[in-house]
Design a protein around this ligand. Structure first.
Ligand SMILES: Nc1nc2c(c(=O)[nH]1)N[C@H]1C(S)=C(S)[C@@H](COP(=O)(O)O)O[C@H]1N2
Ligand SMILES: [Mo]
Length: 338
């Protein structure tokens, strides 16, 4: 890299790159964590950390601009990486400041996640092809650490300011969930597919859900249904609160085998499924209605899972089978693959 004179210039360089790389890794980790959390304390922690490191990236932009201007060659992959990151940050701050809104059929979160995944690939390429940016012992001097602290402090102040802007721009709308999701009306929420699943056509009159070998019709479940108020919080950036009518899995599963089981698997007729700790059976519900209405085919009819305290992707729709299993619940992909 060519050296430029002047104090401001000399400070942007290897350390800027290392700091930016660490921040990008941190945004990815905290982003994944915020998709995995739904309950208040962990969700707030993940969302705050994600917002903080995201804002810290913005704080570093002027320094990185200096580094880029100085570069002799700029590879196309690096240009694409820049575009992906700019769009990703814009969509992320868009969700935080403006909230859930569809533009050309896409939500801010869909754009945010798609560009983030694209950026991961491009970043690996960018780092591999770039000159090695080694950490040095001098990176841990008091001066360097102080500068890092000032940078993070600036980011924290900016995050707080942005949170204030979001609070004011929200107007009379309900406060976002601790995950950052915005409220939508339960009866008009968009049916959501995680990735590539399809809505099956099932006849509610003849349908039976298999719970550990025992078949239950919709009428069976309706006869035993209780009301449970729960918040469906989709990682797409919205949440809906509703009274669901359903039966707790604990009341449908045979007691002895349930006590011996380690996990229970809830599988959709489409193949989409999630595994839960067997101890959660009392708070996992096979639901047949929502907000006083029958389920619609898009939202899981005839039978779908209601999993209070878990993000939307755990709420398996079109449940065909519930199985007890000796396999621990953590032995599955962290997110569904379909
Ligand atoms: N079988 C199946 N169940 C599913 C999904 C899916 O794609 N397939 N999407 C999940 C996601 S991401 C969410 S947010 C909720 C959405 O439920 P809703 O369409 O009733 O709002 O269902 C979950 N259950
Ligand atoms: Mo979702």
């Amino acid at each position: 890299m060519t050296r430029f004179p002047g104090p401001g210039w000399r400070r942007a360089g290897r350390r800027t790159n290392v700091a930016l790389l660490l921040l990008l890794v941190a945004t990815f980790v905290t982003g994944v964590l915020s998709f995995a959390t739904a309950r208040s304390a962990p969700a707030v922690t993940a969302a705050l950390a994600h917002g903080l490191v995201g804002t810290a990236i913005l704080v570093l932009v002027p320094w990185k601009t200096v580094v880029v201007r100085r570069a002799r060659t700029v590879r196309p992959a690096s240009v694409f990486l820049t575009i992906a990151l700019v769009v990703c940050l814009a969509a992320g701050f868009g969700q935080a400041l403006i909230g859930y809104r569809l533009v050309l059929g896409l939500s801010p979160m869909q754009v945010h996640v798609a560009t983030a995944l694209l950026a991961v690939g491009l970043l690996v390429w960018h780092v591999v092809r770039s000159r090695r940016q080694r950490l040095r012992r001098s990176d841990l001097t008091r001066r360097a650490l102080l500068r890092t602290a000032v940078g993070l402090g600036t980011a924290a102040a900016a995050t707080a300011a942005l949170a204030g802007v979001a609070e004011v721009s929200r107007g009379p709308a309900r406060r976002p969930a601790s995950t950052g999701s915005r409220e939508v009306d339960a009866t008009s929420r968009p049916p959501t597919i995680w990735l590539s699943d399809t809505v099956p056509a099932l006849d509610p009159d003849t349908f039976r859900v298999d719970v550990a070998g025992c078949g239950y019709s919709v009428a069976d479940l309706r006869a035993r249904a209780q009301t449970v108020r729960a918040r469906l919080d989709c990682t797409n950036g919205w949440y809906a609160e509703a009274d669901w009518s359903g039966v707790p899995l604990r009341d449908l599963l045979p007691a002895e085998p349930l006590a011996r089981a380690v996990s229970l698997e809830v599988v959709s007729v489409t193949g989409y499924g999630r595994r839960f700790p067997a101890s959660a059976a009392a708070d996992l519900w096979l639901a047949v209605g929502c907000a006083g209405l029958d389920l619609t085919s898009g939202t899981g009819a005839p039978v779908r899972l209601v999993a209070p305290g878990r993000r939307g992707f755990w709420w398996v729709k079109w449940v065909g089978t519930v199985r007890l299993s000796p396999v621990p619940a953590w032995r599955q992909l962290p997110f569904p693959a379909q």
